[in-house]
Design a protein around this ligand. Structure first.
Ligand SMILES: Cc1ncc(COP(=O)(O)O)c(C=O)c1O
Length: 449
């Protein structure tokens, strides 16, 4: 690419001395359940750049796990947080009233799909939004069964992890979970569980749910809801065929099953639309959000058709849910996405990202599949393009090498590199990050074509 890029900037090979010291201290306190990708010890962040404690500046291709869609410390978000913090930091919405929660509710009901009347429940995280959705569906329908996908990720609390189906470690030794969840195959065409090909398959994976699951062993009249990720996140950045969700929604509607769309990772503009489900032209009955809405402050929300939240007062609540400061951040995030036309930028930069990843796929046989929507893209690394075995060892090597060269990137599924930079990313910075990635891929692949 053109000349020497300004970023990334490596002043000492990471982890430098200060990062190593921080990691040593951290290890003596922090729970062993945390598995860090590599020793990136963040000191500050601005836009798409994270600076570590030794002064290295990394291009952030993971947006702090899909949270920093408007970039690190966006000035308008910082200002909204500061102003709100000066006025009112907390006054639980479970019991009292305040302005910022109403403002955020109004904006969330505007941007979520569907022109029906909507109601918002606030909590503090993605898992809590999913828990709220589970409880809402149970209360409303008086049913106890759920459908969810293999490969899905809905969070770690006991209810949410009962739906989660992406890695055994997330469930090992935690049984019994919430009973009544049946997992069905996600439409993962690159690794079709039925060994079929789209479109000749005629979406058998959707019809299977009706014919085999609901038709044979899960009585549909006992199902409270089905949880879907419109683009599967932790499971590998998997994008279903474009007509899949329409077929599914028809099946669910026929059996009066609520569709709950978990947009915790794919939402708030990441895919070039406010919500990834909009790419599939259907309207879910409820949407779960968290991550990007608070730009780093903890907040989650369930936005549903009003009639679904007919639960009685006191059925469910959260002391910190919809905290005034987090809500002010949320309003600012939505404003910034609108003002800076970030949906358009995500679409534009996402198209460039896809073009470059596809070019790399043609050059390097270790890249088995490339897929995505907007700035939510995955490149699946395999041992052999014909056999398609996942290659987690190579992915580990790629991650570390990228880190050493100033690119913060992580993986999803067994061996998919995930590309999820902030929506504010410029073409230049995107290319700089992709140049680092390509340089590493070239090296680990041995050679290109
Ligand atoms: C789709 C999805 N749902 C739920 C969650 C859980 O969110 P949290 O970690 O905020 O509980 C995640 C987290 O990655 C997610 O990707």
């Amino acid at each position: 690419m053109s000349g020497k890029a300004k970023y990334p900037k490596i002043v000492v090979t990471p982890p430098g001395p200060k990062a190593r010291e921080l990691v040593r201290e951290d290890e003596s306190y922090i729970s062993k359940s945390m598995v860090r990708w590599y020793p990136l010890a963040a000191e500050s962040g601005s836009g798409c750049i994270v600076k570590d404690v030794d002064g290295n500046e990394f291009i952030d291709f993971n947006s702090g796990l899909g949270v920093l869609n408007v970039g690190h410390c966006h000035p308008k978000v910082v200002s909204a947080i500061t102003e709100q913090a000066k006025k009112l930091i907390h006054y639980s919405y479970t019991d009292f009233y305040y302005r910022s929660i109403v403002d955020l509710s109004r904006e969330l009901t505007k941007i979520t799909p569907g022109s029906f009347s909507k109601t918002v429940f606030f909590c503090n995280s993605g898992a809590e939004a999913v828990e709220a959705a589970m409880k809402m569906a149970k209360w409303h329908t008086r049913n106890n069964l759920f459908l969810a996908y293999t490969g899905s990720f809905h969070g770690r609390t006991l209810g949410a992890v009962s739906l989660t189906g992406s890695k055994p470690v997330q469930r090992r030794h935690f049984f019994p979970l919430v009973p009544g969840v049946t997992h069905v195959s996600y439409p993962y065409c690159y690794r079709c569980p039925f060994h079929l090909s789209y479109p000749e398959c005629h979406l058998w994976c959707a019809d299977f749910i009706e014919e085999e699951v609901l038709g044979k062993y899960v009585p549909p009249e006992n199902v409270a809801a089905m949880f879907v990720e419109a683009v599967q996140g932790e499971g590998g950045y998997v994008v279903p065929p474009e007509d899949y969700f329409a077929r599914l929604k028809k099946i669910l509607d026929k059996h009066d099953i609520i569709m709950i769309d978990d947009e915790v990772q794919s939402g708030i503009g990441r895919t070039g639309k406010w919500f990834a489900i909009e790419h599939f032209n259907i309207v879910p009955d409820a949407v779960c959000v968290a991550k990007a809405i608070g730009s780093g402050l903890p907040i989650g929300a369930l936005i549903s058709k009003s009639e679904l939240q007919d639960w009685e007062g006191g059925s469910h609540a959260s002391t910190f849910g919809g905290n005034p400061v987090a809500c002010a951040a949320g309003v600012a995030v939505i404003d910034v996405i609108r003002e800076e036309r970030l949906l358009e930028n995500a679409t534009k930069q996402g198209a460039h990202l896809m073009t470059r990843l596809k070019e790399m796929q043609r050059k390097y046989p270790i890249i088995g599949d490339v897929r995505g929507k907007g700035l939510m893209a995955g490149a699946e690394i395999v041992k052999d393009p014909e056999e398609k075995q996942p290659n987690p060892e190579m992915v580990e090597e790629i991650l570390i090498k990228c880190f050493k060269r100033g690119l913060a990137i992580i993986t999803a599924g067994k061996s998919t590199m995930r590309f999820a930079p902030p929506l504010i990313i410029t073409r230049e910075l995107l290319d700089s990050g992709l140049d680092v990635f390509e340089g590493v891929v070239k090296e680990v692949a041995g050679s290109g074509k």
